[in-house]
Design a binder for this molecule. Structure first.
Ligand SMILES: NC(=O)c1ccc[n+]([C@@H]2O[C@H](COP(=O)([O-])OP(=O)(O)OC[C@H]3O[C@@H](n4cnc5c(N)ncnc54)[C@H](OP(=O)(O)O)[C@@H]3O)[C@@H](O)[C@H]2O)c1
Length: 267
């Protein structure tokens, strides 16, 4: 991962950074010398992580923001201020509800859609524009295998992840020519505190030994950032697995569409 700071620095913003995969992105980017803006709701874990990372000699800023709130994107932009954000990682995105569609409150489903769709879209737009002006940068959004098709019990979650898949594939084709790397990191079951909490809430057995480690997932995401638009956890680039079509085939598909589209001709 050498050259990360030159390619994606001097600042990276991580939305959903206080624990799990988000905290691992932070640790790995700090080790590469990037300064960090860390976002989550809980102040305690954010402050502790910031102190840990500052000891390595980088600058760290934290902001407690609810990404499901209507003002989330404005507050994300404010947290960065005039700092040059060369990488935006949107990690927050799990479904904390653990119930079927009709058993959940509509307000909870609205929050999930706001955080996973509107905040992701707004953050990509805000930071993407700044990156385009500089001619370099990276946008990395954490996804889930449910983006490829509905699964009972996680309908709204899956729908938001399908939204993100479509958005990120399109942005990859639009923004690659202007120097911005775009990756949708399609994760499988991963050992994170949030995943553990919802598993236990549902009365299911917690089996972390069957799951990916958050550190390995974050490492893969950063390694594959220049090779979007998607990376499926546990699958080679040309392997479809549960994804129906492979990452390589999806890349070819969107490249072919982009090459013949009026957008490409305009650009
Ligand atoms: N873990 C898995 O098995 C798995 C599988 C497939 C995909 N994924 C994807 O991986 C990503 C991370 O999942 P995760 O299991 O770590 O759970 P998560 O609930 O997305 O938590 C990750 C981070 O996001 C923050 N966060 C959550 N909701 C937030 C909100 N409304 N506003 C601000 N920050 C918020 C959390 O901190 P605070 O609580 O302090 O806000 C935490 O730091 C998600 O996009 C998820 O869809 C996970």
């Amino acid at each position: 991962m050498s050259g990360m700071a030159e390619r994606y620095g001097p600042w990276a913003l991580i939305a959903g950074a206080s624990e799990g995969t988000g905290a691992e992105f932070a640790r790995q980017l700090a080790a590469e010398g990037l300064n960090l803006i860390l976002i989550a709701r809980r102040e305690g874990p954010l402050t502790a992580l910031a102190e840990e990372l500052r000891a390595g000699g980088i600058e760290v800023v934290t902001a407690c923001i609810d990404l499901a709130a209507g003002d989330a994107v404005t507050r994300l932009a404010d947290s960065a201020g005039s700092r040059e954000v060369g990488l935006m990682v949107f990690n927050a995105g799990a479904d904390p509800n653990g119930v079927g569609f009709l058993d959940g409150d509509i307000a909870a489903w609205s929050d999930l859609a706001t955080r996973n769709c509107l905040a992701v879209m707004g953050a990509c737009h805000h930071f993407g524009r700044q990156m385009r002006a500089r001619g370099r940068g990276g946008l990395l959004v954490c996804g889930s295998g449910v983006c490829y098709g509905g699964i009972p019990g996680i309908g709204v979650y899956g729908a938001t992840k399908a939204f993100d898949l479509n958005l990120m594939e399109s942005l990859w084709a639009e923004l690659k020519p202007v120097g911005i790397d775009v990756l949708y990191l399609v994760m499988g079951r991963t050992d994170t505190p949030a995943h553990r909490a919802v598993t236990e809430k549902q009365g299911r057995v917690w089996e972390p030994e069957t799951m990916a480690s958050a550190a390995d997932v974050a490492r893969l995401g950063l390694e594959r950032l220049p090779h979007g638009p998607i990376q499926n956890w546990g699958l080679a680039d040309d392997e479809a697995g549960w994804a129906v079509i492979s990452a390589a085939d999806r890349r070819k598909r969107i490249e072919a569409i982009a090459a013949s589209s009026s957008f490409a001709k305009k650009g």
